[in-house]
Design a protein around this ligand. Structure first.
Ligand SMILES: Nc1ncnc2c1ncn2[C@@H]1O[C@H](COP(=O)(O)OP(=O)(O)OP(=O)(O)O)[C@@H](O)[C@H]1O
Length: 404
């Protein structure tokens, strides 16, 4: 008898709990709206940036640091050489309540476990609960955060690099580099390439009406440090497009993950494949071990399922080592050769570096550097060591040249 009473009491407690929870959930759902932002989605960045600038948050005491400059892979190295500025956000830790306009918002951040896949940063979610608010109010927060983020990013270039999990990591968002900061010869060539890109981006219908896949490929080749990556960076700034960088030499890449990466890039972007020769000196060199194959590469960049409307840039120091199939017309439409400095480039670069230098001093640099001996990167390194003294820079340059 006593046993039955205990069982009945147990059932009663469980039922009461369940009913209580159901009532609580129903009331909670009625009063509280929520939106979840996953770090895989762009909206996550908007909200993170919006929250970190919200007065109620910036007055807080406990913060977690969130930075978008997380991973500098080999391909990120060059792009990051000029500026090491990070996007750093200070965000509240755990659960936070903030007053926004007429409502209270509760913000919670959660890190997913390994089962949810992807890199740890990719598994993060941020949930905003709005108490007593409407769907429209929740949407207006998302819109507001998007507009603020886009306004902030307007004069910046976003750079994404494929990480070891074969997903995109935003490594930087930096002030766009002006096109005329890249000194190539002849100077009108940079503008020609920019015009070509613009013309392509505006020609979706033209391509569609002729049944031509809407794709354009550029091969930039020449010695190291001559401005290939810098030009891509400047073009991205002028075109207001993000750059997606893949290093083909990564051993983690497979045909599937490469195709997935390309599909996961923004529909309008610059896709930059750096040092293509390192991975594909010839089509047979790879790949017994299951990495990216040559046909996998070709399929992903221009197979039937390949994305359209993006600009493909490939860079190499050794054009002669590339498989002809990779650079045939249709895959590479524009070939641009970069060389070590012509005398005119030395003059232009020195003038733009020192700004208030005299004509005679510029002429001395031009005279000292024979055409085709130094890359701009070498010249730049020397000038940087004596940024306040053109005569000292010139003296060091002469020593350097005499030892070559
Ligand atoms: N033509 C150029 N105009 C202005 N700066 C240049 C130029 N070439 C190189 N530089 C400077 O030299 C550095 C290296 O340049 P960059 O990475 O663009 O060279 P690269 O040709 O892509 O080299 P690599 O083949 O090694 O990838 C950068 O800091 C860049 O600012």
């Amino acid at each position: 008898m006593g046993g039955i009473a205990v069982v009945l009491a147990g059932i009663g407690v469980t039922m009461t709990r369940k009913i209580g929870k159901a009532c609580y959930d129903a009331v909670f759902r009625q009063l509280v709206l929520s939106a979840e932002f996953n770090s895989r989605d762009d909206s996550f960045r908007w909200i993170i940036s919006w929250l970190s600038e919200h007065p109620a948050v910036s007055d807080g005491k406990q913060f977690a640091v969130f930075t978008s400059l997380r991973y500098l892979g080999p391909a990120g190295r060059d792009l990051d050489r000029d500026e090491k500025k990070e996007d750093v956000y200070l965000l509240p830790t755990g659960w936070t309540m903030i007053r926004h306009k007429k409502h209270w918002l509760v913000v919670s951040r959660e890190q997913g476990d390994e089962k949810s896949g992807g890199s740890p940063k990719e598994r993060e979610t941020l949930t905003i609960y709005i108490i007593g608010g409407s769907k429209e109010e929740l949407l207006s927060i998302v819109r507001e955060s998007r507009l603020a983020y886009e306004a902030k990013e307007k004069s910046r270039t976003s750079i994404f690099v494929a990480d070891e999990y074969s997903s995109w990591n935003k490594i930087a968002s930096r002030i766009s580099r002006p096109l005329d900061s890249v000194v190539i010869w002849p100077p009108e060539r940079a503008q020609w390439i920019l015009n070509d890109c613009v013309r392509f981006m505006q020609a979706e219908e033209w391509y569609a009406s002729r049944g031509i896949p809407w794709r354009r490929g550029y091969l930039l080749y020449g010695p190291p440090g001559t401005g290939k990556t810098s030009l891509v960076s400047a073009l991205a700034g002028e075109l207001k497009l993000p750059i997606y960088v893949v290093s083909l030499s990564s051993s983690k890449l497979t045909d599937d993950s490469f195709a997935e990466l390309l599909n996961g890039s923004a529909p309008r972007c610059i896709l930059l494949l750096e040092d293509v020769d390192a991975a594909f000196r010839d089509r047979h060199a790879k790949n017994a071990s299951g990495g990216l194959t040559f046909s996998g590469l070709l399929n992903a960049i221009d197979g039937v399922a390949a994305q359209e409307g993006r600009l493909l840039f490939m860079t190499t120091n050794h054009r002669e080592l590339l498989d002809p199939a990779l650079i045939r017309p249709g895959r590479v439409d524009v070939d641009v050769r970069f060389d070590r400095c012509a005398k005119e480039q030395v003059g232009l670069y020195v003038r733009s570096f020192f700004r208030d230098i005299t004509d005679d001093e510029v002429d001395a640099f031009v005279e000292a550097v024979p055409s085709g001996t130094l890359s701009i990167a070498q010249l730049q390194a020397c000038l940087l060591r004596h940024r306040d003294s053109p005569p000292k820079a010139l003296a060091e340059l002469r020593t350097l040249l005499s030892s070559m």
